[in-house]
Design a protein around this ligand. Structure first.
Ligand SMILES: Nc1ncnc2c1ncn2[C@@H]1O[C@H](COP(=O)(O)OP(=O)(O)OP(=O)(O)O)[C@@H](O)[C@H]1O
Ligand SMILES: [Mg+2]
Length: 256
């Protein structure tokens, strides 16, 4: 097996020295498409921010392409080839779609607009439109498209399907598969549509209360839907559980 592109070992991370994820082991290999699943507040975004070098690990280690990511310098990690599409997608609303794509600084890999349209042809008729006028799905296509113009070795997309209709998610997931296959990119997506994700990804990790409660190949997890459901409802034992079941329901921890 080739070395993992993203490798978290015993990772503990959080805010102001207070852990919210504990002792996580997580890897993503070249060309792998991996999902992070779990209810609100489980620690998914915290994990991505730590891998991207925004947050400094409290314990354990993150390695990207074999070298440690210590936190505090996300710009350096990005230059080494790790791209994070955050949950707000960070599209420039006042710029056109074309201008947004050019902001990605992906020119050294050919015409970046062509690269984006190859994966997201629906954006062709939108190139001159202000990005703020795009639909949520189109904005996500733009954010992911802009990221791949930089030929990242790893791409992480937080809340990939936030606000998107399932019909759009069904179209987007296979494109992520194609990006992983074509570019050999290691892709980690946070996805709330569990069943749709498990049809397309290679593997998934299920988080709850900052701990990994399930992991494995998608084909195996598809057969454990009841366990995944239970973890969303807070029915599994969770270390240092800070919220009770009622809170979890309030936080919208439903499995879709
Ligand atoms: N900036 C912060 N400072 C302190 N605590 C934070 C901060 N951001 C998140 N947390 C806490 O860390 C825990 C995990 O949050 P995180 O955002 O990683 O969860 P998540 O799984 O991404 O949730 P969601 O599905 O709602 O996006 C939560 O209890 C949250 O309140
Ligand atoms: Mg989050």
């Amino acid at each position: 097996m080739t070395a993992a592109i993203i490798d978290c070992a015993g990772l503990t991370s959080g805010y102001a020295g207070v852990p919210v994820i504990r002792d996580l082991d997580l890897t993503v290999g070249e060309g792998e498409l991996v999902a992070v699943l779990g209810p609100n507040g489980a620690g998914k975004t915290t994990t991505l921010l730590t891998i991207a070098g925004v947050l400094r690990p409290i314990g354990g280690a993150v390695r990207f392409l074999g070298a440690p990511v210590d936190g505090g310098r996300p710009d350096r990690v990005a230059r080494r080839g790790l791209c994070l599409v955050p949950d707000d997608r960070s599209v420039f609303f006042d710029l056109t779609v074309r201008e947004n794509i050019r902001m990605g600084r992906g020119r050294r890999h050919g015409d970046p607009v062509r690269v984006v349209l190859d994966y997201f042809p629906a954006l062709e008729s939108r190139l001159r439109m202000r990005a703020g006028l795009l639909s949520g799905g189109e904005q996500q296509m733009l954010a992911i498209g802009r990221a791949i113009t930089m030929r990242p070795r790893a791409l992480m997309v937080d809340e990939m399907s936030l606000g998107l209709a399932p019909v759009i998610v069904k179209k987007l997931l296979p494109v992520m598969r194609r990006i992983a296959d074509d570019l050999g990119c290691a892709i980690l997506i946070v996805e709330q549509h569990v069943d749709l994700a498990l049809q397309v990804v290679d593997r998934a990790y299920v988080f709850n209360h900052g701990a990994m409660v399930q992991e494995g190949p998608a084909v195996e997890l598809r057969g454990q839907r009841d366990l995944i459901e239970a973890s969303y409802l807070g029915a599994q034992d969770a270390p240092d559980a800070q919220t009770d079941q009622a809170d979890q329901a309030d936080q919208g921890g439903a499995v879709r």
